[in-house]
Design a protein around this ligand. Structure first.
Ligand SMILES: [Zn+2]
Length: 333
């Protein structure tokens, strides 16, 4: 028995001798661990600290468009004072964004609005239009500017929309779409490659979702004849008031009224409708026009922009959704 044990011990003695050595790592392995730690440090810690210190590193900073020059100041006609004022360009944009979009909207939506408004304003200036402070151009005010609006304009300072390296000067926008947006040529005269029909099914809290206007047939006749005094309507009856055409975005392009055919826009103007996305229903001698959404439907839906921002999209993603094929670039000074 003892001999057998000794034999076993002699045979496996290397196991006992090697045990302490297996607890501490060989020198080569220690170098390996140190090396791995160092690599991890460079891969994880340094980028993390850098992003914290310089957030612009991860932001895709727009390229400069050498062909687009930003003015230092702009001349704006102030309606209430009946005179033009010289205003620093970025201050003007701040006053426009404050007037055109509620500051309760998401920051990214306000940034998208700032870029769209800056682009549109620059387009008006380039075409030789005297800027004013009304809806004719863009609504502007110089007081009660929310801090969030200032932040949105500052974060996008000098940024404009370009299409094929040229200013996307018709950067139109409107309040809410209640469905797809429109091709520019279906609402206005000219087509623009970046103003094409896109979806806008994310407009939480949008106003004017369902606006009803009910009137008697007599009132309908009176209003339409007053709006279009030179048009021969013949006898307008409830049976000959019909929507006869819709656009790609689903808004009314043509309406039959008596013997005449009007555009959806004509009816919108005559009855002061919020949009041309409407239906006409008749009951007895009553005519009801029910519209959805607010505005012309071309370009960026502001409520849609806010909806996209709520989903976590950036202002660039919002702009690229509503203006097909555009780039966000920085104008030069
Ligand atoms: Zn104007």
């Amino acid at each position: 028995m003892r001999r057998r044990f000794r034999k076993f011990y002699t045979k496996h003695s290397h196991v006992r001798r090697q045990l302490p050595a297996s607890i501490s790592l060989p020198v080569d392995a220690r170098y390996l661990v140190a090396y791995v730690c160092m690599v991890l440090f460079f891969l994880l810690i340094i980028p993390f600290v850098s992003i914290q210190l310089f957030p612009r590193l991860i932001e895709d900073v727009p390229e400069t468009s050498p062909g687009i020059t930003l003015p230092e100041t702009v001349s704006v006609y102030i309606t209430s004072e009946e005179k033009t004022k010289t205003i620093p360009f970025e201050n003007y944009i701040t006053g426009v964004v404050a007037s055109e979009m509620p500051d309760s909207f998401e920051l990214e939506a306000l940034k998208a609005q700032a870029v769209a408004s800056r682009t549109y304003a620059l387009g008006r200036i380039k075409s030789g239009t005297q800027l004013c402070d009304t809806v004719h151009c863009q609504v502007y005010r110089d007081h009660d500017i929310p801090a969030k609006v200032r932040r949105a304009v500052k974060a996008t300072a000098g940024q404009v929309l370009t299409y094929n390296s040229k200013l996307a000067s018709q950067a139109l926008y409107f309040s809410s779409s209640a469905g797809d947006t429109e091709n520019a040529e279906d609402v206005f005269a000219n087509p623009y490659p970046y103003l094409v029909s896109v979806s806008s099914n994310y407009e939480p809290g949008a106003t004017h979702k369902k606006e009803k206007k009910t009137m008697t047939l007599k009132e309908f006749r009176h209003t339409i004849k007053e709006a279009f005094p030179d048009t021969d309507f013949g006898k307008i009856k409830t049976s000959n008031i019909k929507i006869s055409g819709r656009t790609k975005g689903g808004r009314v392009s043509e309406v039959q009224v008596g013997d005449a055919v009007l555009s959806g826009g004509d009816l919108r103007t005559a009855f002061g409708l919020y949009s041309t996305r409407f239906v006409i229903t008749t009951r007895g001698s009553k005519v009801t026009i029910t519209s959805a959404g607010s505005g012309h439907g071309v370009g960026m839906s502001q409520y849609g922009a806010n909806g996209l921002a709520k989903q976590g999209r950036s202002y660039k993603q919002i702009l690229k959704h509503y203006y097909k094929g555009v780039d966000v670039t920085v104008g030069s000074k």
